[in-house]
Design a protein around this ligand. Structure first.
Ligand code: BGC
Length: 422
């Protein structure tokens, strides 16, 4: 192996990634397609005074072909997208064949370009009718979801191997039902628990459904998971109380659902979304302090993204190390930064890839890395200000321009190698 000595250590000038590793970017329908007027979020954003409107988003619904060609030019061999449920099922029991046909074309285009599709069935938004029937609090919610999933899986199975049933169930339950920031803006621990339970049941049933469809059609077994958002919880000072808070948050937010799903045999891989760390500094023993308060003292020293999230690549290493015990392959389904400084974006990506490689060397099997996101896009209640894209989007004419960071990541994806030293 190539290497040179620095103070007695062998440093490899290049780090390498395995052949066949999946490289690409991730996105979700509502954030890029535009015009999702039948989704609950669309009505909610209009009803909230001053809320960002998604409007045409990135016009990806029309421009998907060009976007995928761009991804190919950037060396991507995988792409994660979601299906907008409200397009497929505008009313209960009514399925829109034209929209199903649209997504068949979307997937075919990826396949023509040699890009592996990774398909998410639920990414935060719901059909309006589903929300009016009580959304994910309704005990019938998993059943409704399964009807829709069945149609999509049947239509796309021929060309799709990787499925994500539900994106970030814990984040969705937390923001929509506990913090009340997102629709339907509830603040109820009871509703949060019900929603989390229904999302879990929906995943397990959907996992079985997808496997059944593949088996019945004689297709090779699919790879099915969820996308689990994980945060690197870090105690500001190592007090008993802070350490307990970190332990509880790790258990409840990061690992509980994965453990449950792994035990139920409904994960073929672990889908991981990782962005940042949270500093934990509790003031008392109340549940709120232990479970959700984050340090506001501003004594941390790390760089931050445009939204103030700390950049902490070590967290990716720690979480990947923590996932090793499940013995399942891990697929990084989201990792990214919103910033107006593209050099910071490349530093972020590079730092996380180095830590990912370290975790792989320490024994966690990682099968792919998807950057969030291919394009600048609609960042939910934060609107279009945060720029996460490998490609800049000019919202006045929807022109896409790849950034330097995109080209640097392309080099890694195309060669499977990255310089160890800057
Ligand atoms: C979500 C995305 C979101 C991204 C950046 C993830 O948690 O899945 O929809 O845009 O974070 O905030």
């Amino acid at each position: 192996m190539l290497g040179f000595f620095v103070f007695g250590d062998i440093i490899n000038p290049m780090i390498e990634f395995p052949r066949g590793f999946l490289w690409g970017a991730a996105g979700s329908a509502y954030q890029v397609e535009g015009g999702n007027s039948n989704s609950d979020w669309w009505h909610w954003e209009k009803a909230c005074k001053g809320m960002a409107l998604s409007r045409d988003a990135c016009r990806h619904y029309q421009l998907f072909g060009e976007d995928f060609s761009l991804a190919r030019e950037l060396g991507h061999n995988a792409h994660r997208l979601s299906i907008e449920w409200a397009r497929i099922q505008p009313e209960p029991g009514e399925f829109n064949q034209l929209e199903i046909g649209h997504y068949i074309k979307v997937i075919e285009r990826l396949k023509e370009l040699g890009i592996e599709p990774v398909v998410t069935l639920h990414h935060f938004t719901n059909p309006l009718w589903f929300s009016r029937l009580g959304g994910w609090e309704n005990p019938k919610a998993p059943g409704y979801f399964l009807d829709y999933a069945q149609k999509i899986v049947a239509a796309l199975s021929k060309n799709v191997r990787y499925w994500v049933t539900i994106n970030e169930p814990m984040v969705y339950a937390y923001y929509s039902y506990l913090r009340g920031d997102w629709p339907p803006q509830k603040r109820s621990p009871v509703a949060t628990a019900e929603v989390a339970g229904n999302l879990t049941r929906a995943h397990i049933r959907c996992y079985r459904l997808i496997h059944r469809v593949y088996k019945d059609s004689g297709l090779a077994a699919p790879m099915v998971s969820i996308a689990q958002h994980m945060i690197a919880f870090t105690a500001c000072s190592k007090t008993w109380r802070n350490n307990l808070a970190v332990y509880l948050r790790n258990r409840l937010f990061n690992f509980r659902l994965i453990t449950k799903l792994a035990e139920s045999g409904s994960l073929d891989y672990i889908g991981l979304n990782y962005y940042t760390r949270n500093l934990v500094d509790t003031r008392n023993w109340s549940a709120g302090e232990l479970l959700s308060n984050t340090c506001g003292k501003g004594h941390d020293i790390l760089d931050k993204n445009y939204l103030g999230w700390e950049i902490y690549p070590q967290g990716l290493y720690d979480l990947l190390a923590g996932l090793k015990k499940y013995g399942l392959p891990v697929f990084i389904l989201e990792n990214g930064i919103c910033t107006s400084d593209d050099r910071q974006r490349w530093d972020y990506i590079r730092g996380h890839l180095l830590k990912m490689r370290e975790a792989m060397d320490a024994g966690t099997k990682v099968i792919g890395y998807l950057y969030w996101s291919l394009l600048d896009n609609f960042e939910w209640d934060k609107g279009f200000g945060p720029r996460f894209g490998l490609c800049e989007v000019d919202y006045s004419d929807f022109k896409r321009t790849p950034r330097e960071s995109a080209k640097k990541l392309a080099q890694v994806a195309l060669t499977g190698k990255m310089e160890n030293e800057r």
